[in-house]
Design a binder for this molecule. Sequence first.
Ligand code: HEC
Ligand code: HEC
Length: 431
Amino acid sequence: MQEKTFSQKAKKIVPISLGLVVIFWFGSPALGLSVAVQQRLCGIVLVVMIYVLLLAIPKSEFKEKTFLQNLKIKIPVIVVLGIIIWFVAGSFGFPIWWQVEFVIFAFVGLIFFVLLDLRPMKPEKSQGQSIIRLLATYALASAIFITVTAQLPQFDPKYELEKLNRPPMKLSGLAGPEVIAAGREIFEANKCFNCHKVFWEGNSDRGPNLGTKQIGLYSEDYIKDQILNPRRNQAPGFEDKKSKKAMPTYYGDDISDDELVALIAYLKTMRDPTHMPVEGKFPDQWTWWDDPKIIAEGKIVFEGKEPATEGLNCAVCHGETGIPMMTGALDFRNENNPDTTKIEGDHTDKLLKDWSDALWYRRVTRGVVGTPMAPWGMIFPHLYLWKAEAYARTFHDPLDKRTEKRPVPPVPNKEEIEAWKSKELFLDPLL
Ligand code: HEC
Ligand code: HEC
């Protein structure tokens, strides 16, 4: 039997592999496989296909190639391999730095193979020449080693000892900036960033983004319970089997009581005065505007039946059915209501239906001076005020009439977050 040519072999290997990919891709839903498994299967098939193709390349007559020819063949192969490695690693959920490392590894492999294929050197003519070559190799290797290691983070025994000997943190009094900073260190040291983003920081969406979710709106007790007993309450959108078990249950043993206080003080700063909280697992996210559960809770607040906001009753003035009970109180049924003109230096021409989240929040937390619309945000936890706003909107924009959800806003960046503080968008004390 005659040896098949490469193109004959490829004509078999490629269609079979692509066929498998198509089967896995379209067959997965029928087989009940998740998207992640589906992507992995396809990735594996493609990698195996490339491997088999490489094996199928016929052994050519041995011909010395020049250095440049050598590179010309290897670089494109490595680039393609690098891209494949990047996406396969990504689909397996490796953090981005691991992906970078894997690709760097592929390129180190390139250097290795280039070295292997270099033309052999001419044999040394004399003893002296071989010693010089030996010394030169040694010097080159040392130089590379020293330059590379100098770039890496250095082990500083003093710093490491200090870290070990640092006395356990003791706290007293209220959470100031130092406590919040200490809490952030505890967040980093316990690798919370491995699963949680905080606004723009972090690189994994395994758990909720604690910034856009605005975990700081919740009570300290709730946050503490979510850290110590993560299985008790699932974050919305994280009810799947994998997410349910993802958050470790050992933090009660690893984090001391005082550290926990600092950690919670840090988490309490995670709020956004310009957007509704965002729920769900990226990219299947939604805002509280469209969350039926939140809107139902908002109705309870609006009608004065929420124990946590005892004394607050929007319906007394704005009406339980949306028909204002007090003259002058905003009629939420009319989407074309203008903004109040009674606040000096703060007015928008936008009609109620187009109000930004930031405006809703500002009006309800700050109130309208000189009117019965008091600055409710000075008295009541903002968690409940956002919910009441989500409900108030339904008077002119009922949930069951909506054809689409409001878009999830882009994650605020560092500059925006700084601006909230400098423009005093936060109320003190934080409720
Ligand atoms: C291995 C991944 C992982 C690590 C590490 C992790 N978490 Fe989580 N966390 C999750 C997941 C997934 C959820 C959502 C499911 C749930 O509620 O248990 C979650 C939920 C939470 C919630 C509740 C959010 C809500 O909507 O109520 C809080 C608070 C939280 N984590 C804080 C932390 C803190 C603080 C740390 C570090 C001390 C940490 N997590 C470490 C994966 C992780
Ligand atoms: C004691 C009566 C009263 C209560 C309680 C009350 N409001 Fe008002 N609200 C008013 C009045 C009066 C106005 C009109 C202010 C003005 O003249 O501009 C108003 C205006 C508003 C506006 C519009 C501000 C603007 O720019 O025109 C919003 C939004 C609002 N209320 C939301 C709420 C929500 C949400 C609650 C419950 C958390 C609430 N109000 C509770 C009386 C009240």
